[in-house]
Structures are given as structure tokens and as C-alpha cells.
Design a protein around this ligand. Structure first.
Ligand code: NAD
Ligand code: UDP
Length: 347
């Protein structure tokens, strides 16, 4: 496990999208090990209150600019003043359905934003980027678990933006030997900080399973719709690889000071096992003590039956391994929901 003492080199780290779900948890872990943090976020899906809570949890300061990563002047200002040594790049749009309905917006924000960021990095000679990619780049499994050699074939515009950005970063690293790009392909991030102070707060009706279950438990939704019970899985419901957001955050910390990483590296970040919808519901009921009402609906369009990661490359190259199980995921999610029945609202 990565402990505080392992990380002796302190860096100035620019975090794009740091006011969002995964970004805010990563800021906590960056500050906990002594890195200096600057967040740029346009708050289209993030919360300034989350950053205030990050300061409270860590008792450390972090800087913040409300700006779009496509704003070249804003980025130049940050690079000229903060002089980051590394960038962790979370900023982007992530709703699959919206990306199908409005693909140009996704190419513009995700791909355009990443090009703008890399341009600013080139100008400022900032040579180290860590990028939030997704298991969705693999597409339909040819074998499981997915390893990093699995062919990529994303089936929606969101996934295609992720793969394009991976390739752009790869090309960018080839131009100069000092440049380094690390692509983290996340599986299903869930959970919250154990303080209950920060967590996932989707706007509107949640698309993802975990926040939906939690909102049924806290009374905000009447019942859970389970999409399909005729998959070839243990109980017929879809199975995914759920990774605690703190384990995921720690993987980012791991990328910063590792000399075992190649100049361009792709790493799966998952727990390495799958959990079905019914298994997750049952664990959440046990932890919360609240029965989760549910109804079966037909399969959701485009859904895969099951997938999970082979995360051994990340373990080998970064001495990182996921340590928080499904029980801990449910406990931390439930604490966040109980303490914040309206999310960050009102702050
Ligand atoms: P999130 O929406 O909570 O965080 C993204 C943040 O980026 C938000 O705070 C938003 O305001 C900001 N942002 C968006 N566009 C911006 C722009 N143009 N300029 C500046 N800021 C901008 O999402 P998250 O779940 O924390 O995801 C973070 C990253 O991880 C995303 O790139 C996402 O695609 C990727 N990812 C997420 C998941 C997941 O299930 N949550 C899975 C795989 C990959
Ligand atoms: N799911 C569900 N009801 C919901 C949301 C999701 O049954 O309201 C199922 C979905 O079909 C899949 C699993 O839960 O099998 C995980 O879905 P999620 O959207 O969280 O992750 P993704 O499918 O993007 O990996």
C-alpha cells in the first residue's frame, strides 16, 4: 500500500476538473502527501463547496480558478504563475447518452479541451500528464478480464473521445523525450471519502447504479429499475468492476513519482473482480438497514453483460493495489448520503 512516507518528492500539480467527483477525492490524497494543488474547473458539473470541504478534510490550502480548459489565456496565466510540474486531467463531459445525442459537444469539450491543455503544457514546458480514460474504450469484450492489450473499439462518442485523447497524448509524448503521459483506464468508480464530506452528486436523475441505489435508500427515489435479469451472470443481472474512489485517487498519486512507468503508459484501474446489480443492492441493504425496492426492466440499450479489469500492470508498475471492498464502498457511500441529503446544495 502507498503510505505517506513513500512519497518524498513534492510536486506542484494542476488538477483539471478538480471540483468534480473523482477530482475532489484526488485533491484530498494529493494534499495529504504534501503536493501543492491548483484546480481549474468551469463548474459545469463540479462544486466549489467540494473544494472548501477538501480544504477542511486536509487542513491544507489549494488554489482554484473558475475557467474552461478551452480558454487558452486562462490556462497560460495558471502555467505562468503556478508553474505546475504535472497535470492530472479530469475535466470533461461523461454522459454516454448525451454524447450520442450531441456528439459535437463531446468532441469539442473533451478532445478540443485536451488539445488546448496540451498546447498550454507545451508552451510552458510542463511535461507530465495523467489522463482519466475509461474501460469503455475496450468495447465489446473479446476476452475477460480486459488487460491493456485488449483491442479497443469504443461503441459511443464518449468512448471515442477518450480513445482519441489517449492517442493525442501518445503522439505528444513522442515529440520530446522529457514528456510523459500516463493514461488510467478507470472501471466503475464508486464510494466516497470516509469523512462523509465529499462524494458523488449527479445532477438530476442518476444514470449510474450506485448513486441510484443510494437515492432509493435515502428516500429521494421510489424504486430502482434493474435493467435486465437474463444476462449470463451468476444471478442474471449485469456485472461490473466497482472501484472505491479513494483507491482510484491513490492510483493517481502513484503515477506521479514512479520511475518504473514508461514515457507513455496505459494502466487499467479496477478492483479486478465483478459484482452484479443484485449483489450490490443486497450489500447496500445490509449496510444501510434500508430495503431497496426494485423492478425489473428490459436490458438497457448498449449495455454489456459483464466486464472487469486485470489491474496487475498497475500493481506491478506502481506498487498500487485496490484495498477497499464492496462493504467499505457501501458504508462510505451511505455515510455521504446520510450526512448530505441534498448533496452540496445550498452552499
Ligand atoms: P465529474 O463530472 O464529477 O468531474 C468532471 C469535472 O470537470 C467537473 O467538475 C466539471 O465541472 C469539470 N469540467 C467539465 N468540462 C470542463 C471544461 N471544459 N473546463 C473546465 N472544467 C470542466 O466527473 P468524474 O466522475 O469526476 O470524472 C472525471 C473524469 O474521469 C472524466 O474525464 C470522466 O470522463 C472520467 N471517467 C469517469 C468515470 C465515472 O464513472 N465517474 C469512469 C471513467 C472515466
Ligand atoms: N443499472 C441498473 N439500473 C440503473 C443503473 C444501472 O440496473 O438504474 C445496471 C446496468 O445495466 C449495469 C450496471 O447496473 O449492468 C452498472 O451500470 P452503470 O451505469 O453504473 O455503469 P456502466 O454500465 O456505465 O458500466
Amino acid at each position: 500500500m502507498n503510505t505517506q512516507k513513500d512519497w518524498k518528492i513534492k510536486m506542484r500539480v494542476l488538477v483539471t476538473g478538480g471540483a468534480g467527483y473523482i477530482g475532489s477525492h484526488t485533491c484530498v490524497e494529493l494534499l495529504n502527501v504534501g503536493h501543492e494543488v491548483f484546480v481549474v474547473d468551469n463548474l459545469c458539473n463540479g462544486h466549489e463547496a467540494a473544494l472548501e470541504r477538501v480544504r477542511g478534510i486536509t487542513n491544507r490550502e489549494l488554489q482554484f480558478t473558475n475557467a474552461d480548459i478551452r480558454d487558452a489565456n486562462a490556462l497560460d496565466n495558471i502555467f505562468n504563475t503556478f508553474k505546475p510540474e504535472a497535470v492530472i486531467h479530469f475535466a470533461g463531459l461523461k454522459a454516454v447518452g448525451e454524447s450520442v445525442a450531441n456528439p459535437l459537444k463531446y468532441y469539442e469539450v473533451n478532445v478540443g479541451g485536451s488539445i488546448s491543455l496540451l498546447s498550454a503544457m507545451s508552451k510552458a514546458e510542463c511535461n507530465n500528464i495523467v489522463f482519466s480514460s475509461s474501460a469503455t474504450v475496450y468495447g465489446k469484450p473479446k476476452y475477460l478480464p480486459y488487460d491493456e492489450e485488449h483491442p479497443t473499439n469504443p461503441v459511443n462518442p464518449y468512448g471515442r473521445t477518450k480513445l482519441m485523447i489517449e492517442n493525442i497524448i501518445h503522439d505528444w509524448t513522442k515529440v520530446d523525450l522529457k514528456r510523459k503521459g500516463t493514461v488510467l483506464r478507470y472501471f466503475n468508480p464508486v464510494g466516497a471519502h470516509e469523512s462523509g464530506q465529499i462524494g458523488e452528486e449527479p445532477i438530476g436523475i442518476p444514470n449510474n447504479l450506485m448513486p441510484y441505489i443510494a437515492q432509493v435508500a435515502d428516500g429521494r427515489r421510489e424504486h430502482l429499475n434493474i435493467f435486465g435479469n437474463d444476462y449470463e451472470t451468476a444471478d442474471g443481472t449485469g456485472a461490473r468492476d466497482y472501484i472505491h474512489v479513494i483507491d482510484l485517487a491513490l492510483a493517481h498519486i502513484g503515477t506521479l513519482n514512479q520511475n518504473k512507468l514508461d514515457r507513455f503508459e496505459v494502466l487499467n484501474i479496477g478492483a479486478g473482480k465483478s459484482t452484479t446489480v443484485l449483489e450490490l443492492v443486497s450489500k447496500f441493504e445490509e449496510i444501510s438497514g434500508v430495503p431497496i425496492k426494485s423492478k425489473y426492466l428490459p436490458r438497457r440499450d448498449g449495455d454489456l453483460a459483464a466486464f472487469w479489469a486485470n489491474p496487475s500492470k498497475a500493481s506491478e508498475k506502481m506498487s498500487w493495489k485496490p484495498e477497499r471492498n464492496i462493504k467499505k464502498i457501501c458504508e462510505d457511500t451511505w455515510r455521504w448520503h446520510k450526512l448530505n441529503s441534498t448533496g452540496y446544495e445550498g452552499e
